[in-house]
Write a protein that binds this ligand. Structure first.
Ligand code: IPD
Ligand code: CA
Ligand code: CA
Ligand code: CA
Length: 267
């Protein structure tokens, strides 16, 4: 993607993210309708839908040739990575949005022919925007994030994970995950995949491991972590596929091999 074109897309995306964030904050005091999707804990609100619709309208009127993949159904049916694709989660962390009224983010990853070019993850209530442009580094608001430390060791790491990984499950050996928990300094679970990627990029968490993330959960985070020298793959070690669900490991490179080889064992 040409630099000038990319900058124009980034500037618009940033503008829209701030506008969408303001709308969400305005909505916060009002009652919103809460529905469930695949199960009683899979929540969606009218704010999730309205936010995605807001982005869909902006993108379609400004960039009619771009495609959109979104969680709430306002996107396109996308079957190949060709062209420019916006991958959007209007609210990542809907359960936090509903229960805590904080700790959720707008997540946007923009890909050109399969290459991650632009990332934005906006912690709406804290007004913290993480951004990245491919090859130009990652930022937390105006501050450039340093490359991830080469001193990180597993025994002093903080690992983000969904606790379900450590429970009996059909996919990975939970005993190995329980051992990982014992072998590290501590674990965290924030309930927003996008923010958990951002925390890995910021170096305040050293890894994030989770089952079955959708493209909109990781599209931006993958680009952000890459820009600070972190590593993101499927938990099998295979490259991430941005068009499908992935079981993901994103982390500081120093602990990647150990996590993948010693602790993630598929059944
Ligand atoms: C969810 C959050 C959560 C992760 C789930 C996602 P949503 O996204 O990122 O942390 O564990 O897998 O589905 O539904 O709140 O956008
Ligand atoms: Ca959801
Ligand atoms: Ca999500
Ligand atoms: Ca969502």
């Amino acid at each position: 993607m040409q630099k000038a074109i990319r900058q124009n897309i980034f500037d618009n995306a940033k503008h829209w993210v701030y506008e969408a964030g303001e709308r969400i904050r305005d909505h916060m005091q009002q009652q919103f309708q809460i529905d469930t999707k695949s199960n009683p804990n899979d929540l969606v609100t009218e704010v999730d839908k309205a936010t995605e619709q807001f982005f869909a309208e902006k993108i379609r009127s400004t960039y009619p040739d771009h495609k959109l993949i979104g969680e709430e159904g306002y996107g396109d049916r996308v079957e190949s990575v060709d062209g420019t694709i916006w991958i959007i989660d209007p609210i990542d962390g809907t359960m936090n949005f509903v229960h805590q009224k904080r700790n959720f983010a707008i997540s946007i990853g923009i890909y050109s022919d399969g290459i991650g070019e632009i990332a934005l993850i906006y912690n709406v209530m804290d007004d913290v925007l993480y951004t990245a442009l491919k090859g130009e580094g990652a930022y937390r608001n105006q501050d450039k994030l340093p490359m991830l430390s080469e001193e990180v060791k597993l025994e002093t790491s903080i690992i983000g994970m969904n606790s379900i990984l450590a429970c009996e499950n059909k996919r990975v050996n939970e005993k190995r995950v329980q051992q990982l928990i014992k072998d590290t300094r501590g674990t965290r679970s924030y309930g927003s995949a996008a923010l958990e990627f951002a925390y890995v990029a910021e170096g305040i968490m050293d890894a994030y491991i989770t089952m079955k993330l959708a493209p909109w959960d990781f599209a931006a985070g993958y680009i952000l972590v890459d820009e600070v020298g972190g590593m993101t793959t499927q938990a099998t070690g295979e490259p991430v596929n941005v068009l499908t669900n992935n079981t993901i490991v994103t982390c500081n490179k120093q602990i990647y091999q150990s996590i993948i080889k010693e602790y993630i064992e598929f059944k």
